[in-house]
Design a binder for this molecule. Structure first.
Ligand code: GDP
Ligand code: MG
Length: 215
């Protein structure tokens, strides 16, 4: 076990969602951005390092100047069988399984996915995956046409804009019930990736491991 994992503060983050919702692809794109320094590049002062091999769970050390490094352990779960040790969850929702999106595309109806029993205080980043599949729903002026602005700190107004837009889509398209403590996101892990790190950065703010900016 890497020394930093044993000694520093560590947080277990679970990556959940139905089979083929994009969990592995999101994790791979996140790791790619971390290992090529893309996130470190867009987040000055934040340096990241992968610990150990790339086996599951993925261990990431995050360092900021004058702060104790924080270690994240990311586990991919195909079920929503949540261990009680989780500090946060990234829950991916596949738009192709939302009833309203299936109607839009003329696809046959499916039984709705089972809603997990979410613990009341667990922060859950509910992220619509595969945003590229539903990009026609993104209107001009939408926050989901802006680049992610969370470079120096998590920009709360942008986060809320995205949250409100995605919440409205999920209501319109028949998304499953939302966890008691949640924030909504939308991302694409295809091509260069879009807003891939946003759910992780928000979870970090809930642990006090990343700053929040008001504007
Ligand atoms: N269009 C599109 N397809 C995606 C995206 N992310 C994943 N996929 C595809 O969705 C399928 C399932 O992805 P995977 O990561 O294996 O899902 P998992 O079972 O939840 O780990 C694969 O064919 C991926 O290529 C995305 O952002 N956009
Ligand atoms: Mg997978």
């Amino acid at each position: 076990m890497p020394r930093e994992y044993a000694e520093g503060p560590s947080h277990t983050i679970l990556v959940t969602g139905t089979p083929r919702s994009g969990k592995s692809t999101w994790l791979a794109e996140l790791l790619h951005q971390l290992s090529t320094g893309e996130v470190a590049h867009t987040v000055p002062g934040l340096s990241t390092r992968l610990l150990g091999d790339h086996a599951s769970p993925v261990l990431i050390s995050l360092r900021r100047a004058n702060a104790t490094p924080v270690v994240l352990a990311l586990h991919e779960l195909s079920t929503e069988d949540l261990p009680p040790t989780a500090a946060g969850v990234v829950h991916l929702v596949d738009p192709a399984h939302l009833p309203g999106v299936r109607t839009l595309f003329g696809w046959s109806a499916e039984p709705p996915p089972v809603t997990p029993a979410w613990p009341p205080r667990l922060p859950v980043a509910v992220a619509l995956s595969k945003l590229d599949l539903v990009q026609d729903a993104v209107e001009h002026g939408s926050p989901l046409r802006r680049p992610s602005p969370h470079a120096h700190a998590y920009v709360e107004p942008d986060g809320l804009d995205v949250h409100h837009e995605v919440t409205a889509w999920l209501a319109r398209w028949g998304g499953a019930a939302l966890p008691p403590r949640h924030r909504c996101f939308a991302l694409s892990a295809r091509s260069a990736g879009y807003r891939v790190a946003d759910p992780l950065l928000w979870l970090l703010t809930t642990f006090g491991a990343y700053g929040v900016a008001g504007s």
